[in-house]
Design a protein around this ligand. Structure first.
Ligand SMILES: NC(=O)c1ccc[n+]([C@@H]2O[C@H](COP(=O)([O-])OP(=O)(O)OC[C@H]3O[C@@H](n4cnc5c(N)ncnc54)[C@H](OP(=O)(O)O)[C@@H]3O)[C@@H](O)[C@H]2O)c1
Length: 327
């Protein structure tokens, strides 16, 4: 092994605040059986990274490398992984250990990237776009004429949900946490944008829907939004609670039952149980991107060595759209 086998890597020796993220370097070995060595080109920042870092999700051993999604180029192929070749452009969307310049990974987790999808686009779209697709096509299949409410509509998943739902014929009301994000969410699939720090969400939604309420809510924020939007859902409507960026909400089941509101709490993994469903979903995602359904994808970029700053910004609601780390 030589110095060229060294990889920049972000390690944590315990879970905690962003300062636990430490940029260092390590030797990366050769790929073992069924493994591939990848040189990352773009690493995604996802909200789940915060949960792995701060202790909301458990980690089994330390030091640990978090990050779950990246794109890059195959540099070496181990025995049994012959379907991959050196130089292949690949990505993956859920495998811990992504905050690194290079990594070893099981061959079965890889997605082959089409030539027309850039590394930044892939890292911006795989987890967030597959989640958006699952939300609007499977968890609550959006119908033409639906009025839907999307929280964190300027965020990674939220902006893609808004755009995809709009393309399916819905009227989209997006919310943003503060008025400075309003312009960013406007026109990104949204018909109306509500700034939660400056406007009364009930007044706005009632005026937009003539008091009839929305067909469905897509909520990845949780505690800060759930109880505000539940009363704005129609009788028999649906709340899709897919994340808790602000913490877990109090759920008043009696209230939901009284209005026959369906509460769905989906996870992406449930909807991608095997290779076949993953390949079909990825093909549909990239096709939707090519067809303009998801608009331009221009992620905010941080150097991997500044991942701690990226975490601070994500947790302080300062980021918009997708965020990508460059090794
Ligand atoms: N169910 C699944 O399978 C699945 C898959 C992927 C992601 N998710 C979830 O989807 C959600 C969005 O993920 P993302 O990576 O795209 O993140 P993101 O939406 O880009 O960032 C989170 C956004 O949530 C809002 N927010 C409100 N209160 C917050 C708080 N206390 N701390 C941080 N953010 C707060 C902020 O938007 P405003 O400023 O506009 O309020 C912030 O920009 C997360 O909850 C994530 O866990 C779920």
């Amino acid at each position: 092994m030589s110095e060229t086998d060294k990889s920049g890597v972000v390690r944590i020796s315990k879970q905690g605040p962003p300062s636990v993220l430490e940029y260092t370097s390590e030797m990366v070995g050769n790929p073992g059986i069924n493994q591939v060595l990848i040189r990352h080109k773009a690493i995604a920042l996802n909200f789940v990274d915060v949960l792995f870092r701060n202790g909301s999700f458990p980690l089994n051993q330390f030091p640990a490398t978090i990050g779950v999604e990246a794109s890059g180029v195959v540099e070496a192929v181990g025995a049994g992984a012959n379907e991959w070749a050196v130089g292949d452009r690949v990505g993956y969307y859920f495998a811990l250990g992504a905050y690194a310049e290079k990594r070893l990974i099981n061959k079965d987790l890889l997605i082959k990237l089409p030539q027309d999808i850039s590394f930044d686009q892939a890292a911006s779209l795989m987890a967030k776009g597959l989640t958006a697709r699952m939300l609007v096509k499977q968890a609550y299949p959006v119908q033409p004429g639906d009025i839907i409410l999307v929280h964190a509509a300027a965020g990674g998943v939220g902006s893609l949900v808004s755009k995809w739902a709009k393309s399916l014929g819905a009227t989209v009301i997006g919310t943003v946490g503060n008025a400075t994000k309003k312009a960013l969410a406007e026109g990104q699939g949204t018909d109306f944008v509500i700034a939660l720090d400056a406007e009364d969400i009930a007044d706005r939604v009632n005026s937009i829907t003539n008091g009839s309420g929305v067909d469905a809510v897509f909520d990845g924020v949780g505690k800060a939004t759930f109880s505000k939007s539940a009363p704005l859902v129609k009788q028999n409507g649906t709340i899709v609670l897919y994340g808790n960026a602000s913490g877990s909400p109090q759920i008043d089941s009696d209230y939901l039952a009284s209005k026959e509101i369906k509460l769905i709490q989906p996870s992406l993994g449930q909807f991608l149980p095997d290779r076949h469903s993953l390949d079909a979903a990825v093909a549909e995602l990239f096709e939707a991107f090519r067809n303009g359904v998801l608009g331009e994808i221009e992620p905010t970029i941080y150097p991997l060595s500044e991942v701690s700053k990226a975490h601070q910004d994500l947790e302080a609601s300062r980021t918009t759209g997708s965020v990508v780390l460059h090794p």
